[in-house]
Design a protein around this ligand. Structure first.
Ligand SMILES: [Zn+2]
Length: 151
């Protein structure tokens, strides 16, 4: 007799699998709370996708490229996905954000976290003891990120 389960290494750890389930549930609940019909998830090329939420109507912001025949005038902006819900008619009055501004805001937030790392380390070490698998998983990830950053 042999056990198939034990003859192969686990593809992902049980804890990671549980964390993924909880993260999917968290995103679903978030989308429901803010009335977002489609959360467009971040990728390596588009790390802010689904992460910027309109303060005016609650919809997610999407990345748009404002093309120009002159390459120097080409701009990347983030705009509320409900701005032109009905083509040609404005549905949300919120303004767009320049991609560089958004990037800088992320860098500033990350730097603020690094500058206050004692505070955050304490918070995440507390998180490692949480009952919630997702909180433990995220806390572990943040601790690793800060350790990498300090090397
Ligand atoms: Zn909006």
């Amino acid at each position: 007799m042999y056990y198939v389960e034990e003859s192969h290494p686990a593809i992902i750890e049980k804890e990671m699998w549980e964390a993924v389930q909880l993260e999917m549930e968290r995103r679903r609940a978030f989308a429901e709370k803010y009335n977002i019909s489609k959360l467009d998830y971040a990728t390596v090329d588009n790390p802010f996708a689904g992460r910027v939420i309109c303060g005016h109507c609650g919809s997610a912001f999407g990345r748009k490229v404002w093309n120009s025949t002159d390459e120097r005038l080409r701009r990347v902006v983030w705009r509320c996905n409900k701005k032109y819900k009905v083509k040609g008619k404005k549905s949300c009055e919120n303004k767009h954000i320049d991609d560089k501004v958004l990037y800088q805001a992320f860098v500033n937030t990350f730097n603020a976290m690094v500058e206050n790392k004692e505070y955050f380390m304490e918070k995440w070490k507390e998180g490692l003891k949480s009952e919630n698998t997702l909180v433990r998983y995220k806390s572990k990830q943040f601790i690793e990120i800060l350790k990498m950053q300090s090397q």
